[in-house]
Each structure stands twice: as structure tokens, then as C-alpha cells.
Design a protein around this ligand. Structure first.
Ligand code: FRU
Length: 493
């Protein structure tokens, strides 16, 4: 096999890069120019710009043999599309270039580390996707796969580990110039994150099991990340088939973070906290980058493998990324806020203070589908209500709602009425942390999605919404009396 597949895919995509702005698509969330997109890959700072790659099947709006799409940005909101970086064109990755990561090498090359998949027939006649870790080097546009790929195969796995599910390497360079990566795998008691190290990116050795499910956090883990943040170490991982236990974790496919301390001498990661990264329906496979100005920024696939049917039929693209989020740790929890660069895209400020909501009410100037909207609910005993609700993306027949139930301190985001949602999950909930005398809800709405940042990012809910774009009304409703402040900005191009 040669580079024909890459050339073909690049030529196929090229005209759509120029046409993309004429199509209905989110204004400031990344979407593919054409075709299918899933996980963010290779989120990295390279020669003064941020590069992002993604799982990509340009030819249809369904998942297919994975390529790596490629974009770059300087502000995390305006993305420049670059030619496709990888195509499944080698024997060891002929069935897909699965998820992975990237770093800038000391010699100036951009290195991609990814999972190559090739199908084989097992002894009992089943097709098995053999997964190995591979590398490619490039200059920020063109990438060449390493001639001795794969660099890690399942023979390096410890005894008793699953030899098939072994994917999604996340690489970084240590201070001493050596390389490390984490990769997802399975042990007999469920999903696991393994740590490997290498002096030279070519020869890799298994180091330790950094974290595992212990049969509690599902059998299947994917897309790990591992980094230090605010004096702690943190593991991010995507989990499949979670059972909800008292709203602690969203049901089904989701993401978790594990905060703890990693002892480099013993190789032991001691856990302190395990919680969902996002309580919404649509957030998966996040990946982070550290920036020269000291921030750790995360982006995720704003979609759920379980709800692929909930989509707009007339679009020739499928899949979008979340808004990139700045991470920090406060009071032992992960805090996420939309990248500060978003502020430069805000205009048309509308501000209300101390508005009493009693029954349903509209506020002049508060509407739209590409907006940054903050609603602060005053928590004072003078005003009593059980349910306060914001409805948005609303017309006579449709709406999506965010409801706050004061007695149980619960938030519910519900898209049941957003359009026909055949068999897709439509509701997600979380318990807010009792916190001060305000509940702050920041809604980032961008045509086909909403991301709700609660109390300045102590919890987040993300959800795709497919309602037609002329549904842009917003109403507020209280079953008693609720006092709120509202601040709204439009997001300009
Ligand atoms: C997660 C995932 C990864 C895999 C990729 C394939 O969404 O299943 O584990 O590398 O998607 O597209």
C-alpha cells in the first residue's frame, strides 16, 4: 500500500474546505468540513500554534475506516482546516488510524502517536481488530509513518491483560527528555490505564498500571489522559456502560476524572476523588494540551456513541467538538471554564439585575442560538419556588429546558421536546453543590448544542440539540417567585 489513500481523501475533502462556511454548522465549535468526525486527537502546541487532529471518515456521515482530520488555531475558536494527516494505508493500520496524540520533538518534528488497527480472523472465525501503537513524524502539514511501525504491540502487556482492546496512546515528554505515554487496556477486573516509557520513542517499555476500574467503573475504558494540575495528578478516561448510582455518574457512555497523587518512585497512583467530567449526554474522549501561558485546556467530542440517531438528516457533516475548556482544581474537584478567548468574540451585551420571575416571562433582547448567557439565581429565603426553568431554542412547538429544583438542589437538562428524538437519551441531571447565595448557570449555545457551566465550572452538562435554527426564543418560568440576574452576549464570527 502507498500514499494513494491519503491523496484520494485529501482531494475528496479539498473543495469542501472552501465551501464550509456556506453550510448550516456551528459558529464557533469545530465540525468536519464534510463527513464524520469523532474523538479529538493529537491536541498539541507546535511551532507557535495549536494543532488538533480528529477521528475522521470524510466519505459519509457514518463511522468508517478512520483517517486523521487536521486543523490548527491560535485562539481555540477559529480553526483553519489543513489537509488530512493520516489515512489507513499500511498493513498494520489498514482498518483504521485510531485515536492518539502528538508532541513537538526537540529536533522540531511533530510526532503523532496513534493506534493502528488491522483486522484478522481468529481461530473461531471471528474478525478481530488487532491494535498496535504506531508513530508518524511531520512538519505540521505532511506526516510520514515510521518505517519500523508498530512501536508497541500486545506482547509488551503484562500477564492476564486483554490483548485486543489496547488503544488511544497519549504521549508527553518528561523533564529529563525521555518519553511517556498512557494507553487504555483491560484487566480481569475491567478497564485500565497503563503507563509506558521510552528513551527514544522507538523502544517502549511497560511501566505500571496507573489506574483500573476494579469492576466499579465499567469494563471498557478508552482515550486516557494523564497530567499534573494544581499540585495534583489527574487521569481522564472515557468509560462505556456506566450504571447511574444516585446521579453520581451519567448512565451509559461518559467520562470520568480521577484526582490523586502519583509517586514516581513506587509507580503508585493513590486516588482521592473520582467524578464525571461532564454530566451531560454528549461529551466523550476528551484530550488536553498545556499552553505556553500555563493553562491546561481540554476539548472533547460533543457526542455520545449511544445517541447517533439524534441528528439533523440534511447535514453532510456529523460530529462536533466541545468548546475548549480551561481546567483547574479547587476544593478537590475539577473546574472547567470556557477558554478565555471566547470573551473576544462576545458583543451586544444585555444585562438585567434582580428580575422577579413568577410564572412565564420573556426578557427583551434575550434570545438567540449563538450566545453566551449567564443566569444567576439568588438563593434567598424571601423568594420561594420549587422549580425554576429556562427554555431556549424555542418556537411554538419545540424547546430545550434547563430546570433547577430548589428542594433537591438538582439541575435537569432536557431535549425531549427539541425535535423528534426517537430512541435517543434526552435527559440528564446533576446535583449542584450547595454553594453561597447564588446559583450561577452559564449556557454556551452554538446552533446545534448547549454547554451548561454550573457555578463557574464546578460541574458541566453538554448536549447536542437539533432544533431548527429559527427556534431562538428564550423564556424563564418559576412555579413560585425566583429572583435572577441575566447577562447575555451574542457570539460574533
Ligand atoms: C472512542 C474510540 C477510541 C478509538 C476511536 C475509533 O470514541 O472508540 O477508543 O480509538 O474511537 O474511532
Amino acid at each position: 500500500m502507498n500514499q494513494e489513500k491519503l491523496q484520494k481523501a485529501r482531494e475528496y475533502e479539498a473543495p469542501y474546505i472552501y465551501m464550509q462556511n456556506n453550510k448550516p454548522r456551528p459558529k464557533f465549535h469545530l465540525t468536519p468540513t464534510i463527513g464524520w468526525m469523532n474523538d479529538p486527537n493529537g491536541f498539541s502546541y507546535y511551532k507557535g500554534e495549536y494543532h488538533l487532529f480528529y477521528q475522521y471518515h470524510p466519505y459519509t456521515t457514518e463511522w468508517g475506516p478512520m483517517h486523521w482530520g487536521h486543523v490548527k488555531t491560535t485562539d481555540f475558536l477559529s480553526w483553519e482546516h489543513l489537509p488530512i494527516a493520516l489515512a489507513p494505508d499500511k498493513l498494520y493500520d489498514k482498518d483504521g488510524c485510531f485515536s492518539g496524540s502528538a508532541v513537538e520533538m526537540p529536533d522540531g518534528r511533530h510526532m503523532l502517536v496513534y493506534t493502528g488497527v488491522h483486522n484478522q480472523l481468529s481461530e473461531d472465525g471471528q474478525t478481530v481488530g488487532i491494535q498496535t501503537q504506531c508513530i508518524a513524524f511531520g512538519d505540521g502539514v505532511n506526516y510520514k509513518k515510521f518505517t519500523s511501525n508498530p512501536v508497541i504491540d500486545s506482547s509488551t502487556l503484562p500477564e492476564g491483560h486483554d490483548k485486543i482492546d489496547f488503544r488511544d496512546p497519549k504521549v508527553w515528554i518528561e523533564q529529563d527528555g525521555t518519553y511517556k505515554l498512557v494507553v487504555a487496556n483491560k484487566t480481569s477486573d475491567g478497564g485500565a490505564v497503563l503507563l509506558y516509557h521510552s528513551p527514544d520513542v522507538i523502544c517502549w517499555n511497560f511501566e505500571t498500571i496507573l489506574a483500573s476500574s476494579h469492576n466499579k467503573y465499567t469494563q471498557m475504558w478508552e482515550c486516557p489522559d494523564f497530567f499534573s494540575l494544581d499540585g495534583k495528578q489527574i487521569i481522564l478516561v472515557s468509560v462505556q456502560g456506566m450504571n447511574n448510582s444516585g446521579l453520581k455518574f451519567p448512565e451509559g457512555n461518559g467520562t470520568i476524572y480521577i484526582i490523586g497523587n502519583y509517586d514516581t518512585k513506587t509507580g503508585i497512583f493513590s486516588r482521592e476523588q473520582i467524578l464525571p467530567i461532564d454530566y451531560g449526554i454528549d461529551f466523550y474522549a476528551p484530550q488536553t494540551v498545556d499552553t505556553p501561558d500555563g493553562r491546561r485546556i481540554m476539548i472533547g467530542w460533543m457526542q455520545n456513541w449511544g445517541t447517533l440517531n439524534y441528528r439533523t438528516k440534511d447535514q453532510d457533516w456529523f460530529g462536533q467538538m466541545s468548546i475548549p475548556r480551561e481546567l483547574s482544581i479547587q476544593n478537590g474537584r475539577l473546574i472547567q471554564t470556557p477558554v478565555r478567548e471566547l470573551n473576544q468574540y462576545r458583543n451586544n451585551k444585555v444585562l438585567y439585575r434582580n428580575v422577579l420571575i413568577s410564572g412565564e416571562r420573556k426578557l427583551s433582547g434575550i434570545k438567540g442560538r449563538t450566545i453566551d448567557l449567564t443566569v444567576n439565581i439568588h438563593k434567598t429565603y424571601d423568594y420561594k419556588y420549587d422549580c425554576f426553568q429556562i427554555e431556549f431554542a424555542k418556537d411554538a412547538l419545540h424547546s430545550t429546558s434547563l430546570s433547577y429544583y430548589s428542594n433537591s438542589n438538582t439541575l435537569k437538562l432536557d431535549r425531549t421536546n427539541s425535535k423528534n428524538t426517537p430512541d435517543a437519551a434526552s435527559i440528564c441531571s446533576l446535583k449542584t453543590y450547595p454553594n453561597g447565595d447564588m446559583l450561577s448557570l452559564r449556557l454556551i449555545i452554538d446552533k446545534y448544542s448547549v454547554e451548561v457551566f454550573v457555578n463557574n465550572g464546578e460541574s458541566v452538562m453538554s448536549m447536542v440539540i437539533c432544533t431548527a435554527q429559527n427556534a431562538e426564543s428564550i423564556t424563564f418560568n418559576s412555579d413560585g417567585n425566583t429572583l435572577i440576574d441575566v447577562e447575555k452576549y451574542d457570539i460574533k464570527s
